[in-house]
Design a protein around this ligand. Sequence first.
Ligand code: G3P
Ligand code: MG
Length: 497
Amino acid sequence: MASAGACMRCLSRLPSGTGAAALRSQRAWLPATGRALGATTTYARGKRLFGHTSRLGERVVKPPKTVPAEELTGKAGASAASNVSHKAFSDVAFAFDIDGVLYQGNRGIPGAREMLRAIHALGMRYVFLTNGGGAHEDAKVRSLARRLGMSDDEDALRGRVIVSHTPMRGWADSVKEQTVLITGSHPETARQIAIEYGFKRAVTPADLIHANDKLYPFDNLKESLHSQFRPLPDGKSASSIEDAYSADVPADALRIDKILVWNDPRDWSLDIQVIHDLLVSHRGYLGTVSSKNGDATLPNYGWQQDGQPELWISNLDLFWKTDYPVNRFGTGAFVEALRGVWSAVTEGAAELQFHALGKPSEYTYEYAHERLLHDYGDAGSVNGAQLQPWPSPPPQQQDGSSSSNEGNVDGTRHPLRRVYMIGDNPESDIRGANGFAPADGTEWKSILVKTGVWRAGTEPSHRPDVVVDDVVDGIVWALRNEGVDVTRETLTGGGGA
Ligand code: G3P
Ligand code: MG
């Protein structure tokens, strides 16, 4: 198991790794005019594509291959794709962010539907890589379909969603046997998803307050958000400990092994209270307090040094984009609140140690990459293969166990040359793609859209390879970068003009 804080180290390592440095040196995107990135429109819609003269554009755009519009729009379905051939269709893939890229709240981005159908008809590989969570991947497909005006059983959507907690599917069975506290926007839904992932002992905050009504001295959400609860696993108790400092822990005392923050919680107060209680506990026994807390002779002043549960956060997005004009708080805002409380509790002496999943974590990008490598057979039902809804996890999993390729199309990796990540959040989408250098040498490029959390005209905290108006323009740019002559109109059939 990675040590506590390993993922934070992994995050800080992203921009400076050898592979990442090599990638960065290739990221020569600078407006020829020298104006600040974002103040320059990279290209205009319509016929005059690629009006910009960025070094990247000059360097990599190849002589275009003409693809008839009726084929690219996918109107002719599978047969259309079989009439078109281009190397890029098989060795280039896309990773789409969802919020702020494919939709804003309930509003789908114009042209996204037609564009997805078109690249699907071409047999291209792609995934939807979102930091959203708290919902089953299939539910996310349904909400995506609804907002884009598509059918949720369309192959262009089905089986391609990776939410922030999807990589937990690949965690070792021994981890799934542990007792985990799981929380998020809808803790009971999260528990049900966790059970479907294979977790055997998932406990929610609602279980705790119903098991011990002294644990939380307020009851305003007990009959609403926390109305669904279950008995604690294995007959354990949340009320058998009377002396928090006693070394004698009753045999039936509830012990939590991991805390999983699935997505942005709704009841921050209860969740911060319970997470705090576990992080200060002796070995994760709820209702105890570790004698090591504040011990200056220990690392981190003794905080989180006594076998307390690991804290896993599914994503760190401070903001995300909806159809409200001001960006909304995400799970990262909850983490900041927790950090603030932790700093007060530890008098500023201790760092909050936790693991982070979701973009920009390398682990999540590795997961998405594996998915794309294994998806060759389903890349377009034109090939006649069945869609497989869940990928195998990356080879190296939690606890160092290896995984099989069971569940994939044919269990073999089909190499990729380049993957384009299209995102709206420089801190997660762009940072993650820029820093990701998979061992197989595939190049990941980053495309930043103007439809999400990033405000056009400002300097993004992490520079993308290109800035475009929206996701359709992003795919047009990527395909042209690969030498495919395509316009917004040909890609969408005029549906997203
Ligand atoms: O809660 C959703 C949010 O944090 C971001 O989702 O799709 O933009 O990665 P997405
Ligand atoms: Mg987004």
